[in-house]
Each structure stands twice: as C-alpha cells, then as structure tokens.
Design a protein around this ligand. Sequence first.
Ligand SMILES: Cc1cc2nc3c(=O)[nH]c(=O)nc-3n(C[C@H](O)[C@H](O)[C@H](O)COP(=O)(O)O)c2cc1C
Length: 206
Amino acid sequence: MSSKQRILILFAHPSPHRSEVNRPMFVASKSLAHVTAVDLYREYPTFCIDIDREQQRLREHDVLIFHFPLYWYSTPSLLKEWQDLVLEYGFAYGHEGKALAGKQFMCALSASGPEKAYHADGYNHFTIRELLQPLEQMADFVGMTYLPPFTLFGARSAVEDKRLSRHIAQWTALLNGLGDRAWHGHNWDDVITINAWVTQHMEERI
Ligand SMILES: Cc1cc2nc3c(=O)[nH]c(=O)nc-3n(C[C@H](O)[C@H](O)[C@H](O)COP(=O)(O)O)c2cc1C
C-alpha cells in the first residue's frame, strides 16, 4: 500500500485554445508524477483512436478520469467515440473482459450553468450526477468504483470571479488524495459532487 495509485486523465476539449478553466487544470495535472494526462483531441484530431494503445494505458493505471467541459449535458463527442471503441467485449465486459474491474472512475468537468440550476427546481431539472448517469452505469457495468464528479459550475465567470486558482488547488489536492487512496471504501451513494469532500478532508493540502 506504499506506492501511489496511478491515475489516467483523458482530457477532451475540442477548442483548448479557448479554454479558460480546463486547460489550466490539465496543465496542473501534468506536473504530478503519478498522473498520466492525455490530450485526446490533440492525439486523435481525426477520431482515429488507437484501441490497443488505449487499452494498454488502461491496464497500466488504477484510476480513470474523464476530464471535459460539459457539452449538451454530456461529454464532447470524442470521449463517446473513445468509449464506443476502447471498451470492447472481452476487454471491459463479457466473460473474459475484466481489465477494468476494481479500478476507480471519476468525471472532472466544468459547466457554464450555476449550481442552483442543476437541481430538480432549477432550469436544468437534474443534478449533475443524475445527468451523468450513463457514465456511472458504464463504470458499474465494467466493475469500476464510481466517484462523484468533481465539478466547476459557473465556469464562464470563474476567472473573473477569481474562483479558478482555488479550484485548481482543489483539483491537485484531489489527484494527490486519489493517489494516496484517501477515500478508499467510502460510500458515495448520496454525494452529488466530490468537491465538498475535497474541501473538508483535503483542506490542509490546498
Ligand atoms: C457545444 C457546447 C455545449 C455546451 N453545453 C453546456 C451544457 O449542457 N451545460 C452547461 O452548463 N454548459 C454548457 N456549455 C458551456 C461549457 O460547458 C463551458 O463553456 C465550459 O465548461 C467552459 O470551460 P473551458 O473554459 O475550459 O472551455 C456548452 C458549451 C458548448 C460550446
């Protein structure tokens, strides 16, 4: 239990040059030794995904993170293509498909809508965790442990409101906490986002 868990971040942003929040998060994650941070749109601009390489990457890591700006209540399309191609029968599921069993899965995302809009009474009607249920079920189906999403709401005003540097500090603390198995075995059933937990339990690291 002494070595850190290895984390694979699949960053999917179709226009990173215009990104205010996810690009700096991606840059911060690249500096951590136990993290492999992959820029999917840069590697696969024509969506021609190297399935063997992606499956090998998955085998070599303990935690998988999809990192993306929320697009139409879901991931940008390359991440969906990645799921469709990489999570094959016999690899991720099926009788012999156990490659991902026991690993952890989490989404790290930003949304322009405010947190209060992501609520039964808000204009988006659903929480972010509810909207991401296909990914939660994907994780369950392939035997991965699902962690609630690390989410930045109101993303388009984060820089102006000076919320970004704290968010990136929390992101780094979260990646270190995951590396140290800080929350192994925790019950996340009723937790909508992991942000409050990061603040509560990782405050000394922020
Ligand atoms: C095609 C498209 C779809 C979007 N869909 C949503 C959405 O469903 N909900 C939301 O809150 N924001 C949505 N947004 C806003 C982005 O999530 C927001 O611009 C992004 O999180 C900001 O991150 P960045 O600075 O890294 O680009 C959308 C933006 C685009 C371009």
